[in-house]
Design a binder for this molecule. Sequence first.
Ligand code: ADP
Ligand code: MG
Length: 725
Amino acid sequence: MDLRSTIESQFRLTTTQKKALEKIGLKTIEDLLFYFPTRYEDTTKLKNIADLEAGDKPIIYAKVKSIRMGKTFMKKTPITEAILEDSTGTVKATWFSQPYIAKMLKVGTSAKFQGTISERNKQLYITNPEYKNLNSIPLVTSDSLFNQKITDNFIYPVYPESRGITSKWFYHTMLKIFKAGILDEIEDTLPEKILRKYHLPSLKTALIWIHSPQKKSDSLSARKRFAFEEIFFIQLSRAKQKKEYQSYPSFRIKKTKKDMAKFISRFPFKTTNSQTKSINQILDDFGKDYAMSRLLEGDVGSGKTAVAASAIYAVTTTPPKNQPSAKLQTAYMVPTEILAKQHFESFIQYFAHLNINIGLITSSGCRKFPSKVDPTGWTKISRAQLLKWVANGEIPILIGTHSLISKSVVFKNLAFVIIDEQHRFGLMQRQGLAQKTNICSDNKNIMPHLLSMTATPIPRTLALTIYGDLDLTLLDQMPHGRKPIITEIILPDKREKTYEQIKIELKKGRQAYIICPRIDEPDPDKATALRVKSVKAEASRLKKDIFKEYEIGILHSKMKPAEKEGVMGDFTEGKITLLVATSVIEVGVNVPNATIIILEGAERFGLAQLHQLRGRVIRSNHQAYCYVFSETKTKKTSDRLNALQTTKNGFELAEHDLTLRGAGELTGRKQWGISDLGMEAIKNIKMVEASRLEAQKLITTNPDLKKYPLIKKKITQIQNSTHFE
Ligand code: ADP
Ligand code: MG
C-alpha cells in the first residue's frame, strides 16, 4: 500500500461502498487520509434511560414505543407525545408545535435523541428533544465500535457519510492505513520553522490526531494545523499572483487632485468623503511603476460608479507615451446586459463633453457614441466595426458584458480594467480581462491597472484571504441626503397591522418587493420545509387576502430570461405594484419608486444578505421601509435580527454573521473554494494574520519557491482549482 494506491485495491469493498466512495470523490489512500471528520461525539454525554436525572441534557439511543398527537388543554397548541424505550427502561418525550414529528417518528423507529430532562409529578420526561434516525447514525452504543462502556470518556470521529460508508468504516480504515506505515511516506508541506513558531503539529501527527484523537485537545490542534495550512496556501498563491502582476510595468498616470476637480464638480451631487478618499487612493496607485490591483467594496448605492468614472477620466485624459494625440483605453465589464446598457447611458452623460468615443459590446449587439448623424446620441454598429475601432485605439472607453473577454477583442493601449460586481465573475474571467496583452508591439506585457468592485459584504479576515492579491478600499459611507431606511422586525401578531401601514405607502404611489425563501410550495412531507413561504403561494395569498386591488407579479430564478425581463419592465413602469421574488433579484435592478421591502422567513437568511436585500429600496429620496417578518420568537433569533436595526453597515453585519452563526452563513460562500475546516480559520483573525504574514515573508524571500517544491506544487493546484470559483 502506498499513498497513490487505490482504495479498491487495498480494501474489500461492496458495490454500494464503491459507489459511495465515488460519490464522495475518494479514490486513493491519500484522498482518504485527507477526508476529515466534521465533528467528534463525546461518549460522556451518552446515557441509558435508567440513569437519567432531571436537569441532564443527555444523548440517548432509543426506540419509539408509542406516539400520539394531541392539543394542549389551555392554548390548543399541537403537542406530540411519545414513549421512548431502551434496554434499561422507558421515558416520555414531548414536543410542542411540531405536528410533523409524529409522521417522521413512527412506532418502532430507532433514533438518537437529545434534550433536557425535566421532572413532573416524580416522573421524568424529555422536552422537545432533537432526534436523528438511527439508520443515519454512524455509531450505536449497542454495536460499539470501540467496545467500551458508555461511561468511558471517549470521543469518536463523525465523517460526512454516504450510503454504505459509515463513520465506523472510515475510522477502521484509517487505523489500518496508519498501521501499514503509510504516514512515514508523507512529507510535511509546511516549513518546520512555521510549525514550531505557531505550535502546530507535524503533518503525520496531525493526521493521526484528526482521525483518531485520544483527547479533544488533540483533535483541536490537528484541525488548527489544517485550517492554518489551507489559509496559508491560499494567501501564498494570492501573494504570488500579486508579485507577478507587479513585476510588469504599467501605464503611469499622473493626475493631481486639481486636475480631477473639474470633472468631479460636474457630478450632480457632492461626492462623499469616502468617495473622495477612494479616488485619491486610486490616483496614488496610478502614479506607481507597477499596475494597480485594487478592490473597491461598498454597499449597494454607495456610489461606486462615480469613483470608477473619475478614475476613467484620469486614464482617458492621459495620452500614451510617445503618442501625444492618442488616448489610453479603459475596459469596463459588468455581469448583465441590462447593467451594461445602464452604464453606457450614464457614461455618455459623464464623458460626452470630452468629445470621446464610447463603445458598448454585448452578445446581442454593439453600440457607439456619438452617432455620426446625431452627435448627442448613440448608434448601433457592427461588431466588426467596433472591434476595428477598439483595436486602433479610437474607442477609449469600452463597456461590456463578458463578451469583452473574447479573444477577438483587442485593444491598442489598454491601461485600465474595471470589473463591476466582480463576485459575479469567476477568477478566470477576471484574470482573462486583466491579462489582455496589447498587440501594439511597444506596449507588449504592460499590465493594465485593475479595479474590481463588489457589494458583497464579507468579513475582513475573509477579504484578506480570498482577495489577498488585491489592495482593499472600503466605501463605507452612503451619499448625503439619503434618508436612512426604517427597519422593523415584525413578529406574527403584528403582521396585519404592518400590511395596513404598507397600504398607506402604496396609496401614495410607492411600490414594494416581497422576498420569500423559496419558489414552489414545499413538499409537505419534509419537516423543515413546512413553515417556509414560497413565492407562488405567497403571491396568490396576498392577492386573495391582503392586496386585492393591486397588481402582483412574481420573479424567480426558474423563469426564462424573457419572462423575467417582461416582469421587471412592468415593475419599472409601475404596471405591477408588488413584486414577489426569491432572494436572487437581478443585480442592478434599479426601481427608485420601490421603497418598501418585506423579507419573509428572515431567520433563514444571514444578516449581511438581508442587508443587501434591503439595499434594493434605498435608491431615492422617498422614505424607505424594510419589514423583516420573522416566525420564530426565540431571543437568540430576535437579538440577531435586531442587529439590522442598529447596524447600518454591511461589513459589520458580515462580522456578526461570522461570530453568531458561523462561516456557513456568509453570502456567496460557495464560490470561494475554501473548505469548512478552512472557514474555521476565518473566524480567527490572529490565525489569518499569521498565515498572511508567513505567506508574504516566504514569497518575498523565495519568489519562485524553488527551495520548496512541495509548496510550489500545492500552489499550482490551488491556482488551477480556483477556475471554478
Ligand atoms: P453602487 O455603489 O451600488 O454601484 P451607484 O454608483 O449606482 O451605486 O450609485 C447609486 C446612486 O447614487 C446613483 O444614482 C448615483 O448617481 C448616486 N450617487 C452616487 N454618489 C452620490 C453622492 N455622493 N451623492 C448623492 N448621490 C450619489
Ligand atoms: Mg454598481
